[in-house]
Design a protein around this ligand. Structure first.
Ligand code: ISL
Length: 550
């Protein structure tokens, strides 16, 4: 397996809207990120992934781009961006931007031209179809609910939008669109950007039949009908050949619908497409028949198996990404562990998991201090378009969103979008103004300032674990094997190469567990209880990493 910087990197994801507000308009911004670069560097971060900062009407918080070469006014100017990039590079870190090119905003000049007339030169930049029997071209339902087709009176046709009506899908069949994307990517590489996270890149090639929906379960429809279309690999290989391969950069494709079976087609080292993907096997594993807002309990066995299966599949052939949350999902500690009395131990345990699996780890802002989910009592406090659409659908059904808030508490995207908790002061130190979304009231207990002072804090544990990973390349490249895989509370695995062998033992439960790994010569190196000993009587949410010495 070839060794490269992006395999050895630890990535920190910033959702700028909620990170740090420098001008007190209530929205985070680029100068706010600049203020916090020393903090990010102090964690031991190598790469920052910045969610979209381009010009946008913000129907989906920047995932609807109106100008790919300019910065959103609310976030600052291109000068601010240049200073940010400089500041990142000066600290020996790298910057990965978000590339959102499955769709643009309906306020992009291409779309404004496209919708004018059927013979406009930009018509084919998007996907237009005539209606069928007075209705939309087919019965597809989008990611945020409702038809994927919107009727446009000007030309009496429908356009495709897999997300909101303000996010029309680009037509990648059109070579001009592909050329535009190549030029956008080149523009940012020429500025010195170090890579891209590519939004829903698995969706760019549509199945030309636009056939009737093939099933009811949304995840199955995504995998088999919306994602992994017939030309997706050709398009990615072309992008790679024309631009990506000419720079020393990293790419990670966001891949709803990319299952184990497709993974290597995207990231196989012989494929010349992407370096990594974010698959969603663990993120969507608890989706019930009713879709996103019908969550089931997390199945711990399946959780472990997902990591094991992907490691097995990619080993020696491609590279993985390790993440447990981002701006689209609940807080990892609330979702996969516990935000009750053991929250602190549980956050450290998840950090241990992130830093000891094979693949590049991604930390989402706030997880390094153990931020948790939010539960707003008033539906009007929610801001995410997906949640708002869910409320609208309920209301259309004669239901009261208030009676269904439990689902939003469990799975809604705003859980991860409350402002970063810098201090116990006003608005958690995020802004002096009115924050665009309410701050989590628990900032009085969970905040950076407090954890900076406490040597045993979650924050300082992250610093240690990141350093631990860097000190031990075995944890980056070494082999992986799950131990006593069927254990109902413990996730244990070995990582080894010619130089070293490690055993990681994680107790995912509120109970004490007497674990016997049947391995001897164990030397305790990292742990989340200060008084930990070398035995394997694992206390609730206890995490231990041993070196195996014989
Ligand atoms: O969060 C989800 C819906 O339940 C996911 O399906 C998510 O929409 C999907 O992973 C795509 O996410 C990305 O593209 C979206 C944007 O809203 C998300 O924020 C982004 O991460 C459309 O651009």
């Amino acid at each position: 397996m070839t060794k490269t910087w992006w395999k050895e990197s630890v990535v920190y994801q910033i959702y700028p809207r909620s990170f740090k507000d420098s001008d007190n308009d209530g929205l985070g911004d680029i100068p706010g990120v600049i203020e916090k670069l020393d903090y990010i560097q102090s964690l031991g971060i190598d790469v920052i992934w910045l969610c979209p900062v381009y010009k946008s009407p913000n129907d989906d918080n920047g995932y609807d781009i109106a100008d790919y070469r300019n910065i959103m006014d609310e976030f600052g100017t291109m000068d601010d961006f240049d200073r940010l990039l400089e500041g990142i590079h000066a600290r020996g870190m790298k910057l990965v931007m978000d590339l959102v090119v499955n769709h643009s905003s309906d306020e992009h000049k291409w779309f404004e031209a496209s919708r004018k007339s059927k013979d406009n030169p930009y018509r084919d930049y998007y996907i237009w179809k005539p209606g069928v029997n007075g209705g939309p071209p087919n019965d597809w339902q989008g990611f945020f609910g409702g038809s994927t087709w919107e009727y446009d009176e000007q030309t009496e046709e429908y356009y495709l939008h897999m997300f909101t009506v303000k996010q029309p899908d680009l037509n990648w069949e059109n070579p001009k669109v592909r050329k535009e994307v190549q030029e956008i990517v080149r523009y940012w590489f020429e500025k010195g950007v170090d890579g891209f996270r590519m939004d829903v890149i698995s969706l760019i090639s549509k199945r030309p039949e636009y056939a009737k929906l093939i099933g009811e379960r949304f995840d199955e429809v995504v995998t088999n009908q919306f994602a992994n279309g017939p030309r997706v690999h050709e398009f990615l290989q072309e992008l790679n050949k024309e631009v990506l391969s000419q720079y020393d950069i990293m790419t990670v494709g966001e891949g709803p619908g990319i299952t184990l079976e497709h993974g290597l087609d995207y990231v196989g080292e012989d494929r010349n497409e992407l370096n990594m993907v974010f698959h969603f096997d663990h993120m969507f594993m608890n989706m019930g028949d009713g879709g996103r807002f019908d969550p089931l309990p997390i199945d711990f066995q399946e959780f472990k198996d997902v990591f094991t299966r992907w490691d097995e599949k990619l080993k020696g052939k491609g590279w993985g990404s390790i993440f447990l949350g981002n701006h689209d999902f609940p807080r990892m500690v609330s979702r996969f562990a516990t935000d009750g009395p053991y929250r602190e131990k549980a956050s450290k345990l998840l950090s241990t998991l992130l830093m000891t699996l094979r693949g590049t780890p991604y930390i989402y802002q706030g997880d390094e201090i153990g931020m948790t989910n939010i539960a707003f009592e008033d539906p009007n406090d929610y801001k995410d378009v997906e949640t708002l659409n869910f409320f609208k659908a309920l209301e259309a059904d004669g239901k009261d969103p208030k009676d269904h808030l439990g689902k939003v508490y469990e799975i809604g995207r705003d859980n991860a979008r409350t402002p970063m908790q810098w201090s116990d002061g006003k608005n958690a130190g995020f802004t002096e103004g009115q924050p665009w979304i309410k701050v989590n009231p628990n900032h009085t207990d969970i905040n950076v300032e407090d954890q900076e002072r406490n040597t045993e804090s979650i924050l300082n544990f992250y610093r240690k674990m990141i350093q631990f990973r860097k000190d031990n390349p075995t944890l980056v490249y070494g082999d992986y094997e799950s131990i006593q895989n069927e254990h109902p509370q413990i996730y244990a695995y070995r990582r080894w190469d010619e130089v070293n062998e490690f055993l990681v033992v994680l107790n995912f439960s509120d109970q004490e567990v007497d674990f016997d790994p049947i391995i001897t010569g164990l030397e305790l190196l990292a742990y989340n209880y200060t008084d930990a000993t070398e035995d394997l009587l694992m206390r609730p949410w206890e995490a231990k990493v041993f070196r195996v010495n014989d």
